[in-house]
Design a protein around this ligand. Sequence first.
Ligand SMILES: NC(=O)c1ccc[n+]([C@@H]2O[C@H](COP(=O)([O-])OP(=O)(O)OC[C@H]3O[C@@H](n4cnc5c(N)ncnc54)[C@H](O)[C@@H]3O)[C@@H](O)[C@H]2O)c1
Ligand SMILES: [Zn+2]
Length: 384
Amino acid sequence: MLSKYSLRLPKVVFGGENPTEEMAAALKKEGAKKVVVFTDKSLRKLGLVEPTLEAVKAAGAEAAIIDDIPAEPTYSEVQNVVDQVKGLGADAIIAVGGGSVMDSAKLAGVCATDEYTVHDLLADPTQASKKIKMIAVPTTAGTGAEATPNAIVAVPEEELKVGIVNDGLIADYVVLDANMIKNLPRSIAAATGVDALCHAIECYTCNKANPFSDIFALEAFDLIMNNIEAACDDPEAMGAKRAMQIASFYAGIAITASGTTAVHALSYPLGGKYHIAHGVSNAILLCPVMHFNEPAIRERLAAAYDRAIHAGATTVEEKSAAVIERMDQIVDHLNIPKKLDELGVTDASVDELAGAGMKVQRLLTNNMREVTLEDARALYAQIL
Ligand SMILES: NC(=O)c1ccc[n+]([C@@H]2O[C@H](COP(=O)([O-])OP(=O)(O)OC[C@H]3O[C@@H](n4cnc5c(N)ncnc54)[C@H](O)[C@@H]3O)[C@@H](O)[C@H]2O)c1
Ligand SMILES: [Zn+2]
């Protein structure tokens, strides 16, 4: 537990459905005349960008659309997008998409200047400062990127994903419109939902956990554990989908106040080298890392059980075991791969993965149980 802690949040968060008027009012308030909308082609085809374009029109502003944001972009792919934005004279950026689109937009909001590049921020994120106001409209539930001061980019030369962290990367406005996630395909809802689950339980069992982060992490954990299956299985379960959307936002706030731990740290090389989707690599690592951490986080796991699961366990040991077992059942139920060999990773990669994972000290130092190189090797070997 930290003895000093802080909470940083987006300025305004809209919840509910069809917030066109509210978005238009926000754009007007910011005096936005030229708005750049970040998205990807498949989201555009699904019609998910239309409500945002309506809001821009209603605000009397002009929209330019950048719809070629790749999934899980490298820093140079993000730089290409930033360079496109520089020439547009934009005074607001709206991201309509998942973490990939939101992170690209967040970086564009601080990099649309000639002072520094995205690559420069990898070495020194402290030099970033916000240049353009940013509105996040998440279409997955999710990364929580709409709440966090983080933007994650792939760094191919290091075969890693790296988080750039700076308060300038916090969205100014967040729009949690339930319509955005209504038709999320099951496999994407499952992987992104388990990512949010990891955020919640990692932040709750982190060295940096504190009263601010605990409120958001525990509420997110409860909402996710009790809604993720229905939200993924039943296209009509709007109540469960809404709960997931709010929970992933809360879990993002928990990241801001606390931090993720060894699940995310060891997941980064799987994304960086094997391009395994962020939610999938986290889902594979979640229960093995929780078992590894269990002796150090038992009381906290038991408290998470008390909050979210009501299945008759009585002792701390029983509760802590039951909470990990329930998370494992959820990953099984959602048909997310549980082993790396299904994803083309072989035994020969264990040393390389462990070496790369150990570089993610920013998150490993958050882990309540120390992770040595030997431990990292054993954890990767376990999921092969
Ligand atoms: N900034 C942060 O705090 C933070 C936290 C966690 C993860 N991340 C990063 O976010 C990225 C992953 O984001 P993600 O998991 O949201 O996935 P994503 O943004 O990469 O999207 C995955 C796929 O889902 C599709 N998709 C998104 N919304 C959809 C919808 N409503 N309907 C149909 N298809 C839809 C996209 O078109 C894309 O093909 C990774 O780069 C990860 O490292 C960032
Ligand atoms: Zn994540």
